[in-house]
Design a protein around this ligand. Structure first.
Ligand SMILES: *Cc1c(COP(=O)(O)O)cnc(C)c1O
Length: 388
C-alpha cells in the first residue's frame, strides 16, 4: 500500500532506537531513570477534576460543541489574558478553543500555506512546526538557535528572497527544548520583521506559566500592534497538569483565527464542552497558590539537576523557565552517542538534541518530570559510571 509523499517525508521515529535499547535494559532488570518525556508527573488539581465530573452529568454538554469553542470558555480565556498580560481580546473573534494547542499548531499551516510556500521554523524546535509545514506541502526554512545568541533566531541571517516567500514564522519562548526565554524587545523585533515581509507570526506560549526565580514570561500580544499579524497558542496542559485533557486556545489576529477556524470546522467539531468547563475552572478559579507551588517543585528539581551536573564538570547557568534542562554533551560525544552512553552505562534516558533539528547537535534534553530523589540518584550513577 503506497503512502502519500507527505507521510513518506515524516522523519523516522527518533525514539525507535532508544526505545529498543530501553526495552532491552528493562528486560535485563535495569531500573531506568527517565528524563525523557515532558509530561507533568503530578495530577490535575482536584477542583478541576470535580468540575469535570459535574459538567459530564449535564445533558446540554452531550451534544455537539460549538466548533469554535464555547462562548464561556472563550470569555474565560480573554479574561485570563487581561489579568495575566493586560492584553484585551474579543472572545468572539480573537479567541478559539483548541483540542490541545498542538491541534491548532498543526492545523494553522493548512489554512495559510500553499504548496511551495516557505515557513520560518526554529531549529531546534518542537517537531510539530516542521510536520505541519510538511503536511501542507510547504518548505520549512530553519532559523538556527545558537547558544551564542542565547538561543534566539537571528532575523538578519534569513535571506531576503526566503523572507519574501515566507507565509508563517513560528517562535516559542519560554523554549522547548532549550529552556531559553525572550523579552518584549525581542518580540517587538519579530513583529516588525514579520510586518515588513507580510508574514503571519505564530507564538507558541505553552510554557508561559512555568518560570523560576521571580521571572514572568511575557505574551507576544503585549507588543503594540502585534494583533495585526500575530497569534499566540496557549495551553492548559503544562500549567495545570492537564496534558491528557486536550485543552488550549489560540489568541490574537482575528483574520488568522478565522482561517484556522475554517480548517477546524471541517476536520474536527470542537472540544467536548465539559472539558472546556473544566478549563474555565482552571483559568478562572484555580487556587492562587497552585502554580507557584508547582514552580517551586520544578525549581528544586532544576537546582538538584544543574548543581549535580556542575559538580560533574558541566558549567551551566540555571534556566529561568520550562521544565527542561538543555545540556551540552561532554567532549568526545555527540548527542546520539551521549544518549546511548547514558542509557547503557547509567540506565538513564535523555533525549538527543538532534531529534529537535540539526542545530540540536551537541546537546541533550532532560525533562524535570520526576522525583528529586531520582534526580539525585541519576547524578550518582553518572559520577560512578561515566568517565567525565
Ligand atoms: C507540550 C507542548 C505543546 C502542546 O501542548 P498541548 O498539550 O497540545 O496543549 C506545544 N508546544 C510546545 C513547545 C510544547 O512543549
Amino acid at each position: 500500500m503506497e503512502r502519500a509523499e507527505r507521510i513518506k517525508k515524516v522523519p523516522p521515529y527518533l525514539f525507535a532506537l532508544i526505545d529498543k535499547k530501553k526495552r532491552e535494559a528493562i528486560a535485563k532488570g535495569v531500573d531506568i531513570i527517565s528524563f525523557g518525556i515532558g509530561d507533568p508527573d503530578q495530577p490535575t488539581p482536584s477542583q478541576i477534576v470535580d468540575k469535570m465530573c459535574e459538567a459530564v452529568r449535564q445533558p446540554k454538554n452531550h451534544r455537539y460543541p460549538d466548533y469554535e469553542g464555547s462562548p464561556e470558555f472563550r470569555a474565560a480565556a480573554a479574561a485570563w489574558y487581561k489579568k495575566r498580560f493586560d492584553v484585551t481580546l474579543d472572545p468572539a473573534s480573537e479567541i478559539m478553543t483548541l483540542i490541545g494547542s498542538k491541534e491548532g499548531i498543526a492545523h494553522i499551516f493548512l489554512a495559510f500555506v500553499d504548496p511551495g510556500d516557505v515557513t520560518l521554523i526554529p531549529d531546534p524546535a518542537y517537531p510539530v512546526y516542521k510536520l505541519g509545514t510538511l503536511f501542507a506541502n510547504g518548505v520549512a526554512h530553519y532559523m538556527p538557535l545558537k547558544a551564542e545568541n542565547k538561543f534566539l533566531p537571528d532575523f538578519s541571517a534569513i535571506p531576503t528572497d526566503v523572507a519574501k516567500r515566507a507565509k508563517i514564522m513560528f517562535l516559542n519562548y519560554p523554549n522547548n527544548p532549550t529552556a531559553a526565554v525572550a523579552d518584549l524587545k525581542f518580540f517587538a523585533e519579530a513583529v516588525d520583521y514579520c510586518k515588513q515581509y507580510d508574514i503571519i507570526l505564530c507564538h507558541d506560549n505553552a510554557y508561559s506559566e512555568m518560570a523560576y526565580d521571580g521571572y514572568q514570561p511575557p505574551s507576544i500580544l503585549q507588543v503594540p500592534g502585534a494583533k495585526d499579524i500575530a497569534v499566540e497558542f496557549a495551553s492548559l496542559s503544562k500549567p495545570f497538569n492537564m496534558t491528557g485533557w486536550r485543552i488550549g486556545f489560540a489568541a490574537g489576529c482575528s483574520e488568522v483565527i478565522a482561517g484556522l477556524g475554517i480548517v477546524k470546522t471541517n476536520v474536527d467539531s470542537g472540544q467536548f464542552t465539559a472539558v472546556q468547563d473544566a478549563g474555565i475552572e482552571a483559568l478562572t478559579n484555580i487556587d492562587p497558590g497552585f502554580i507557584p507551588g508547582m514552580n517551586k517543585l520544578y525549581q528544586t528539581r532544576r537546582d538538584v539537576l544543574i548543581d549535580g551536573l556542575n559538580s560533574l564538570g558541566w558549567q551551566m547557568e540555571k534556566s529561568k523557565a520550562t521544565f527542561y534542562v538543555w545540556a551540552p554533551v561532554p567532549a568526545g560525544y555527540d548527542s546520539m552517542s551521549f544518549t546511548e552512553a547514558m542509557l547503557e552505562k547509567c540506565g538513564i534516558i535523555v533525549v538527543p538534541g538532534v531529534g529537535y533539528g540539526p542545530s540540536g547537535e551537541g546537546f541533550v534534553r532532560f525533562a524535570l518530570t520526576l522525583d528529586e530523589s531520582r534526580i539525585r540518584e541519576a547524578i550518582g550513577r553518572m559520577k560512578q559510571n561515566l568517565s567525565l
